[in-house]
Design a protein around this ligand. Sequence first.
Ligand code: D5M
Ligand code: FE
Ligand code: ZN
Length: 496
Amino acid sequence: MAERGEGEKGQGIESLVVSLLSKGIMIAPDALDFLKKHPEKLASIDLDSLKGALSLEDLENAPSSLSDGEEFPTPREDEGARILYDYTEKFDMKGELSDFTNHFNDRYRNLSEMLKTRAELKNLSSVNRLSSIKEREEVSIIGIVDAKRETRSGHYIVEVEDPTGVAKILLSKNGPTIRKADEIVEDEVIGITGTASKELLFAEEVIFPDIPQMGAWPGKSKNVAVMISDVHIGSKQFRADYFDNLVNWLNSNNEVARRVKYLLVAGDVVDGVGVYKGQQKDLAITDIVGQYSAFADVLDKLNKRIRIFVSPGNHDASRDSDPQPAIPKEFSETLYSLKNVSMISSPAVVQLDRVNFLVYHGTALDSVIASIPSLRKTGYDNPHQAMIQQLRKRHLIPSYNDMSRMFPDGTDEMIIKTLPNVFHSGHVHKLGFSAYRGIKVINSGTFQDRTSFQVKVGHHPQPGKVPYIELGTGAVNILDLTNEGDGGPTIREEVF
Ligand code: D5M
Ligand code: FE
Ligand code: ZN
């Protein structure tokens, strides 16, 4: 198919009109004028829903197709950008305890369905039938973890619950499951295989919902996606110099930069206002609209071929509990008005040239790190480790505790249902990356210098290191924007 060019726009319109008329659809004159200028808009309209007439309003209200418009070359059939999952606020909460019950029931239902397919869980039983199982017989159950504790002699007791009752599981310190004791957290759904006795199930295997080994890398294009997070515009600590380096590099003639087609922003776009006590003194821009405008101004400098996806974080003006809907327009009109920007939720799933990105700010990483003892030591310097735990648990907020900000929707929206090829988070302000069962696990760091809060809690943020991914191969490299010398940003090759 020929590329869509200036000269073809007018010619194409006649055949469009004929094909619409042949479907019995009349076109209003102003709609026709609009179509002459924006023929691509028609592709995003459901013709069957028109009831015989196409108005200007229909065209103006049509969702802008993610891969159309003059700035964006017509993609190959299997390329382009699509939003596969985007959360919009639901108002099905009653503000009662039943909200949480419904939420956790949905969590159990979904994750237990995933676990039921696992061959390791032989002789699956409900908890209430455990007492009728013969001693020493092998049996499996699936439950939500109520509690975990270490006994004085170094064994672990885990209490799990299914809809029929509560069972006590023993992870013997000499048994094969003890190495999993560290990573079991309250509220997650796990499967256990073991041998029954009157009081306890002696665990022989603990199964997390987990990720299957992913198949071949799906991407084929030559395009590149750049991942950033925690820009914190408005903060006195925002490193405008590093961000300028990024903008200049993206607009440069560098061989890689020229192939950048997507920019993903995983939250904490701005520092916000009133996010924590006494924040005012740390702000260079003290109003939220001004902060988003400043961000829109820098994004506007970028070559318009780059499609930008902006997802919120806990410093943004979205609802401050996960899932977070897209940043509301009333505070960020300037961002909404940029044609190449799509405002998305956190989490969201975006497909870029066949590659699925799970974008989630990572607010719950604090809770994941706090609930797994081994991560308390290394988690803030290696944020990918906590992200791998989220994948293993197939859940972005495995544990509901005082560090997690979870909105109890009737359906649990934080379950990882769509398998990503790339899992992109931020929040921890530290670059971190790894691969897990074929999924690229990437934490894209920050553009904010170390804050006094981070000094107090002993975190070591690392601003100005930005990962990007080759969509055709999955190779991830790091752009170092902190170079003070003449050479400009340098690229560190990472193959994993
Ligand atoms: O998060 C910036 C950094 O501060 C990041 O490393 C997480 C950490 N952080 C944020 N809130 C907490 C709490 N409550 N406890 C421990 N660590 C935390 P940001 O979202 O940019 O403020
Ligand atoms: Fe942040
Ligand atoms: Zn954050």
